[in-house]
Design a protein around this ligand. Structure first.
Ligand SMILES: Nc1ncnc2c1ncn2[C@@H]1O[C@H](COP(=O)(O)OP(=O)(O)OP(=O)(O)O)[C@@H](O)[C@H]1O
Ligand SMILES: [Mg+2]
Length: 233
């Protein structure tokens, strides 16, 4: 489903954000991407969404090499992706309902269908009673749920989440990850960037660790080095 073949990305001429990276993620997988700040995690997502094109190498998503998608067709490609950003990116002047409905409006779904779907999704993420609240009236965890609702309403085949549990306490973190897990159980491929080693340690999922733009670990659960580090805390 996702294949990186020797992908490199340079923002400027002498430093690589992603370096000769080869990676395969199958349909239906749940993958954590970890690594210290500046390791290249968000850059990897920007390559997947075609915000960036590799300096060298190729990226195949579904059946096509995405570097060849024409500008005109990029919006159609992106409809297959649900993205949750590191900083939510909610529309501050629209309420919860409108924030979630927006993703459907831009693809031209009729308002009757939109209403039905938005209510269903808000029920799913536990925000039905917050539908008319504005973003500034929500807690961090609630905002994160709106971001998830918005990312999944178009039924994407791949869900990308950049630090979805960023500033949340353990209970909200578990709730958000539970949601992402159930979305994954329904067949969506889910890729989650996180700094939270405790979270990754609790879940037995595939973990890819990036360092200086390359993969230094790819297996289920935490690597020994991190386990040792956690024990020493
Ligand atoms: N727009 C940009 N222009 C130039 N360099 C950039 C740009 N965005 C990121 N970089 C550099 O690329 C490298 C990888 O950045 P990236 O944002 O992918 O890291 P990250 O793993 O997501 O870090 P964090 O955990 O802090 O979010 C870093 O060295 C960063 O400084
Ligand atoms: Mg980042």
């Amino acid at each position: 489903m996702i294949k990186f073949n020797k992908v490199s990305l340079k923002y400027d001429k002498d430093s690589y954000a992603i370096r000769d990276l080869t990676l395969k993620i199958d349909e239906g997988e749940f993958v954590f991407i970890v690594g210290k700040t500046g390791a290249g995690k968000s850059t990897l997502f920007k390559l997947l969404t075609r915000e960036l094109v590799p300096t060298s190498g190729s990226i195949k998503v579904f059946k096509d090499n995405i570097e060849y998608i024409s500008d005109r067709l990029i919006p159609y490609y992106r409809r297959n992706l649900g993205v949750i950003f590191q900083d939510f990116k909610l529309l501050e002047d629209r309420n919860v309902f409108e924030n979630v409905a927006f993703a459907q409006e831009v693809i031209g779904v009729n308002s009757f269908k939109i209403r039905k779907r938005v209510i269903k999704i808000l029920n799913m993420v536990g925000l039905r009673n917050k539908a008319s609240k504005m973003p500034y009236e929500l807690s961090g965890g609630e905002k994160q749920k709106v971001a998830i609702a918005r990312a999944i309403i178009n039924k994407p085949r791949i869900l990308l989440a950049d630090e979805p549990t960023g500033n949340l306490d353990e209970i909200s973190t578990n709730e958000i990850i539970g949601l992402l897990d159930s979305i994954n159980q329904n067949g969506t491929t889910v890729v989650v960037i996180t700094h939270d080693v405790h979270l990754v340690g609790r879940m037995n999922k595939r973990v890819i660790r990036l360092d200086e733009g390359n993969i230094i670990y790819d297996d289920f659960g935490l690597d020994e080095q991190i386990k040792k580090y956690m024990m020493s805390e």
